[in-house]
Design a protein around this ligand. Structure first.
Ligand code: BDR
Ligand code: CA
Length: 315
């Protein structure tokens, strides 16, 4: 089993990413670390606990993380995941306690306890991970890989789809905390960045039959997903919005689901039209070889991704 920490900002799609990770027999979830992003951290940590209670997996720790980006203020997310941040599923208030450690210390502790073994999956802004790297730089040598929903690389037409209030060239997670993303991209840790190119995809949709299967299932997580699909469709969005972050978990389970390329990438941290842009050097210009080499998602096998997701949700 691959040991993982899921660093997230639930968010309905982060909530589904938690469901997938916890139910996957391939992954050993050491903990969920919540961060400010789609919602303030006290909403996201609560939502993470709500999902674990729904799954009856309250033994998995949830740690509260950074309430703000590492140096700037947080923008508000205009693409609302609903009043509760979970497509108005209105799950019961969580009773399980938060971890005594905050997310930054939790990440440091777990990585040091299992050197070389803990993959970080990041589906929110990278504030927690960047702070952990700043506080304990030695952990960088001990992290085998970070798999992130991060960036936009212009590798296909989907790259231009995003409903969040970022810039025309950025993706929400990088836009919220570009300085944190820069720290992580430049950390030297192997980074697989699955950006909007592969994580927002109109090919991912659910058939009426699949939705009915979700509705008829006795699994609460299946009902949660069905509700989220109706919620986003009712607001004129594609159903893929409900599962964007699941692609990072799917990749951790089966890396053959996404074709990647290696590319030098820089993160724009200057304010303005391109704040948060993940600039890819497609000309292979030697001057820009100084930029970190990142494993960038180019094309996802959406059919196999959806099957994996639905099998896990319904099992
Ligand atoms: C991100 O947008 C958010 O709504 C999702 O949670 C995801 O992490 C992709 O830009
Ligand atoms: Ca997210």
């Amino acid at each position: 089993m691959k040991k993982i920490i899921l660093d997230c900002d639930p968010g309905m799609d982060d909530s589904m990413a938690i469901v997938m990770a916890v139910k996957s027999p391939e992954l050993d979830v050491l903990g969920i670390t919540a961060v400010n992003g789609n919602y303030p951290v006290d909403v996201t940590q609560k939502n993470a606990r709500k999902v674990l209670e729904l799954l009856d997996k309250t033994e998995i720790p949830v740690a509260r993380g950074m309430a703000n980006p590492i140096i700037r203020n947080s923008p508000g997310d205009p693409f609302t995941h609903g009043k509760d941040g979970q497509a108005e599923a209105n799950l019961p208030e969580p009773r399980m306690a938060l971890s005594d450690l905050d997310a930054v210390d939790f990440i440091i502790k777990e990585v040091k306890q299992h050197p070389g073994e803990v993959t970080l999956i990041a589906t929110g802004p990278m504030s927690n991970i960047a702070m952990a790297m700043r506080k304990a730089p030695e952990i960088k040598e001990m992290i085998p890989e970070i798999i992130a929903i991060s960036g936009m690389f212009g590798l296909n037409d989907y790259a231009f789809m995003n409903a969040t209030g970022d810039t025309p060239q950025s993706e929400w997670n990088v836009y919220v905390d570009p300085e944190a993303a820069k720290v992580v991209y430049e950390s030297g840790v192997k980074l697989t960045a699955l950006g909007l190119d592969v994580a927002t995809y109109f090919d991912v949709d659910f058939t009426e039959e699949e939705i009915q299967k979700l509705e008829k299932s006795d699994k609460k997580e299946a009902a949660f997903l069905a509700n989220a699909i109706h919620f986003v469709r009712g607001r004129g969005f594609g159903a893929y919005c409900t599962v964007i972050d699941c692609m990072a978990v799917a990749y951790a389970i089966d890396p053959t689901l996404v074709e990647t390329i290696k590319a030098h990438v820089g993160v724009e941290t200057k304010d303005g039209l391109t704040l948060g842009m993940t600039v890819i050097d497609r000309r292979h210009h030697f001057v820009w070889e100084q930029l970190p080499l990142v494993n960038v998602g180019k094309k996802a096998d959406c059919g196999r991704f959806l099957k994996l997701l639905l099998d896990l949700v319904l099992k």
